[in-house]
Design a protein. Structure first.
Lengths: 180, 258
């Protein structure tokens, strides 16, 4: 506070004090506006309740993590389908005959296991006699693919008939929820 | 003097706060504004203050474009088709190509057609139309019926009774109101023949939206959506999207004050 070098009258000091106060109010309100604007524009599920935790460790961590999840779903640029397809596992697979892949059992009907391995159809395999208890819904199994779709042309038909099923041999188990 | 200025500053900040809040709560309108052409933006600014009277003026009034992205379709295995030998010739324009005999749908085309279908659904729901979800595959029955329940609409995911559209007065013993839109999650029945609902809806002039796989015929369907209809993941995605579109349409319904 410079009071000795700069001579002020009583009116000037009060005016000076007023301007200081005004500047402080403006700065505070603009900061608050910025916070409110950011909250309302970015929030999809963030409530104003958490504004009070802003400066605490939890608040900072929450903000950082919520921004991460928010970004990953909406702020990424649209990837073209051709790019997605070119880098997909289906293209990497190539000829399905003989390829070893991992699948997950989604349904067990009697002695049959319906296994989903990320393809359009599930494959159906009979439950092996060895380690029968391991093959439950949710188990991860290893398969050797034969055909991705069972469809053939019957004699005299112009179009093929499809069974809506893939063909694979069950090799073994990867992980079972039955045993930890 | 200082007190009045401080009060006025406070009042201004409060007004700015409410303005930002109202703009961001009406998120659909703002998002639609960016998707429209420039000559229509002038209209939007006026109607932001007043209520929009005619949703049909806008290409995407309900913001159905925001419901999905091409990556979501890809992850739900929508691009997988059947084999070359089962291809219906009418589906050729929608096929991207064939990988070792397995057909792949062009998801860019699918996305555009799905947007049209969802937009149509939302408009029908906005106008209070009855929507019927139809599917015949047993593994998808629960998904379809749940989606219809959540949307507050109807589903017929069992064996199709003949004459329920064409001879409804005899079947239901009275004057019946037929659905205003039929959404087919699969246009084939388990015998791999065209579902009767496709033909019957066309006979009764009911618009249809249908998920057509590579072995289906899209000709009789009003808004065909080329895509996978066999994977449970894909069917779940379609059900979610149509349910969300219906709920979007219903949420914008003008409330009539009595």
């Amino acid at each position: 506070m410079k009071t000795e070098n700069t001579p002020h009258t009583t009116d000037d000091t009060s005016l000076h004090a007023f301007w200081c106060l005004l500047v402080q109010i403006l700065v505070k309100s603009s900061k608050k506006m910025e916070i409110i604007f950011r909250q309302t524009t970015l929030s999809v599920g963030r409530s104003p309740i958490f504004s009070s935790f802003r400066n605490t460790g939890f608040g900072k961590a929450f903000e950082r993590l919520s921004l991460l999840t928010h970004k990953s779903t909406r702020d990424e640029p649209d990837i073209k389908f051709a790019t997605l397809l070119r880098h997909s596992k289906f293209m990497q697979l190539g000829d399905p005959q003989g390829k070893v892949i991992e699948g997950k059992i989604v349904r067990v009907v009697g002695n049959d296991l319906y296994i989903d391995f990320g393809w359009k159809f599930e494959c159906v395999c009979p439950k092996p006699l060895k380690n029968e208890r391991d093959y439950v819904r949710g188990s991860k199994v290893r398969l050797r693919l034969q055909r991705l779709e069972l469809s053939t042309k019957f004699l005299g038909a112009t179009k093929e008939i499809t069974l809506r099923e893939a063909d694979a041999h069950l090799i073994g188990i990867v992980r079972t929820p039955f045993r930890t | 003097m200082i007190r009045t200025i401080a009060n006025r500053l406070k009042w201004n900040t409060v007004r700015c706060f409410t303005q930002t809040c109202s703009i961001n709560s009406d998120a659909f309108l703002c998002q639609n504004a960016t998707s429209l052409k420039d000559d229509q933006l002038a209209d939007i600014k006026e109607s932001e203050i007043k209520e929009i009277s005619d949703p049909l003026r806008f290409p995407d009034y309900f913001g159905v474009r925001k419901l999905f992205r091409v990556k979501d379709l890809f992850d739900a295995r929508v691009h997988y088709g059947h084999k070359d030998g089962t291809l219906d010739p009418n589906m050729k324009p929608y096929i991207f190509g064939s990988r070792l005999g397995h057909l792949i749908f062009d998801l860019d085309k699918t996305a555009k057609m799905l947007q049209d279908a969802l937009n149509f659904t939302a408009h029908i729901a906005y106008r209070g139309g009855i929507i019927l979800f139809v599917s015949h595959f047993p593994q998808h029955t629960l998904t379809v019926e749940n989606a219809a329940k959540q949307a507050g609409e109807y589903a017929h995911a069992r064996e199709w009774d003949f004459h329920i559209f064409t001879n409804s007065e005899k079947v239901y013993n009275g004057v019946t109101r037929l659905p205003d839109l039929v959404i087919l999650l699969s246009t084939l029945n388990p015998q791999m023949q065209e579902h009767t609902a496709v033909k019957d809806a066309a006979k009764m002039c009911i618009p249809t939206i249908g998920i057509v796989d590579s072995n289906s015929n899209p000709n009789l369907i009003t808004y065909p959506v080329p895509g996978n209809d066999d994977s449970p993941a894909a069917v779940q995605l379609y059900c979610n999207l149509f349910r969300d579109a219906i709920l979007l349409g219903k949420s914008k319904k003008p409330v009539v004050s009595t």
